[in-house]
Design a protein around this ligand. Structure first.
Ligand code: URA
Length: 485
């Protein structure tokens, strides 16, 4: 067994220096124990030395190095070992990281997300307090409790931002110290006693002014500014009082607000609708339905989406699979299930022996519904009105393709196909009769991507695969005249 102890600072470089010779000599992931921190308990057995000599040449895509630099900062003790496993697998599968359905890639993605989030939180929530200075430079100190080992990686941000003052950020594991333009690190310490300072009143006034009582979402406030940070932030002291006064302020705002939409709003709506492609006069074929759907304005989702995403596949497919709505990548490509959820679906279909090329793939809702967040577009679940408006298109697809069996992937598809919105947990795996034919209900593939726990994700994947295999069997029984669909 090899044992590698990584230091609190410089842990990525140390990981890379140890991982390279181990991987170059093909040492399996199970033969390496990774520990972080000099204080790590000593091993009971004398560890094997790192292999000597060059071994085979290693290559990794650039994205892996960036990912590894962040993941190594996660406190999960498994993080260095998972990175090592990925390094080994990348030698025979260079495109591994693009496989969003692979359990290792998903786990690394979750660790990466948690570290990025923590880095962002530290940048947003560190609050400096001024200390007495005896030289020309002002001095500040802050206390912060990050979830992961991000202090070193984040220090550069604070150096650039606050280059002309001296400061220290103390955390339980490590202190970052910027003095006279030089950065150093010291071991962590208990929370120091920091003075209140004059800037606190300024923060508090600013926060009171930007606080919008009509937009209070306590859950989201806690999610974006978790309670553990509140105690170090001067502005949060006012939140209880502002919440108490919020209702009255909202009433006053409603009484004062304008009732008519500004004149330019109508012009914009007209322009958007006029720019839509014109539908064919009659819908007689699937091609007509596709063209008409491209011009759909049955609900407001058409305004923000890039295009409608109609179904695809053989026009006489025996099997139809219905998802929720196009995602970000489907919206850009104009095709269903080509993004991460599509990759999971492809894996499940392959494992179930169902050919994607033989099925009609479509969605309950044909336009992507999202909220913009920075450069990203975050998926939003369509509401019952939007699902109802889009049933028109799904109905045309079912009528023209006339599948012998339809599979509802997730609750939105189940609602669109059966008219019932009750929980999927009780219905998954069952076949429900509808006027347009039998519908087999199963999980949506994105459920597997969202499960934080790898075992739960695997269980959901196994159920999705089993349901798709059942769909194949039902169709085979029907073809041989022995089954019900
Ligand atoms: N999710 C869906 O439901 N459909 C797609 O096409 C992609 C993601």
């Amino acid at each position: 067994m090899h044992r590698v102890v990584l230091p609190e600072t410089g842990s990525f470089a140390a990981w890379r220096d140890a991982a390279r010779p181990l991987a170059a000599h093909g040492v399996p992931a199970g033969d390496v124990e990774w520990v972080v921190g000099e204080a790590a308990a000593p091993s009971l057995f004398a560890p094997e030395p790192l292999p000597a000599g060059e071994g085979r040449a290693l290559t990794v895509p650039k994205g892996f190095v960036e990912l590894a630099e962040r993941v190594i900062l996660h406190r999960d003790p498994a993080a260095p070992g998972l990175l090592y496993e990925a390094l080994l697998r990348l030698q025979s599968r260079r495109g591994l990281l693009a496989d969003a359905g692979d359990p290792l890639v998903r786990r690394l993605g979750m660790l990466d997300k948690a570290v990025r989030r923590d880095i962002h939180k530290m940048r947003a929530f560190v609050r400096f307090r001024e200390l007495p200075a005896d030289g020309p430079r002002r001095r500040f100190a802050a206390w912060f409790e990050p979830e992961h080992r991000i202090v070193e990686a984040n220090a550069g941000f604070f150096c650039r931002r606050f280059a002309d003052m001296d400061w220290a950020i103390h955390t339980p594991d490590l202190s970052a110290i910027w003095q006279d333009g030089a950065l150093s690190f010291a071991p962590g310490a208990p929370r120091p006693d920091l003075p209140d300072d004059a800037a606190e009143a300024l923060w508090a006034t600013y926060f009171a002014n930007i606080f919008n009582p009509a937009r209070i979402k306590l859950g989201s406030m806690r999610q974006h500014m978790p309670l553990k940070y509140w105690k170090n932030m001067p502005e949060t002291g006012q939140i209880p009082a502002m919440l108490a006064a919020a209702e009255g302020r909202v009433r006053a705002m409603q009484a004062a607000q304008a009732t008519a939409a500004p004149a330019r709003a109508a012009a914009i709506t007209q322009r958007t609708r006029a720019a839509m492609p014109q539908p064919p006069a009659r819908i007689e074929t699937l091609a007509d339905a596709r063209a008409a759907c491209a011009a759909c304005t049955r609900c407001d989702l058409c305004h923000a989406a890039t295009q409608s995403v109609f179904g695809e596949g053989p026009e006489d497919a025996a099997l139809m699979l219905v998802g929720e709505q196009p995602g970000d990548q489907e919206d850009l490509a104009g095709r269903p299930f080509v993004g991460p959820a599509g990759q999971v679906l492809d894996r499940a279909m392959a494992a179930a022996g169902v050919e994607r090329e033989g099925a009609w793939l479509t969605n309950a809702v044909k336009h992507f519904k999202f909220v913009p967040r920075g450069k990203r577009r975050l998926h939003q679940r369509p509401n019952a009105g939007e699902v109802q408006a889009c049933r028109w298109w799904l109905g045309l697809e079912r009528q023209h393709v006339a599948p012998r069996l339809t599979v509802a992937l997730g609750a939105t598809a189940a609602l669109a196909l059966t008219g019932r919105g009750d929980a999927m947990t009780r219905r998954r795996g069952s076949v429900e009769a509808t006027p347009d034919g039998p519908v087999l209900l199963t999980w949506h593939p994105s459920l597997i991507l969202r499960r934080p726990d790898a075992a739960e994700a695997e269980a959901a994947m196994a159920e999705l695969t089993a349901d798709l295999a059942r769909a194949r069997e039902l169709l085979a029984e029907r073809a041989s005249g022995s089954g019900s669909p």
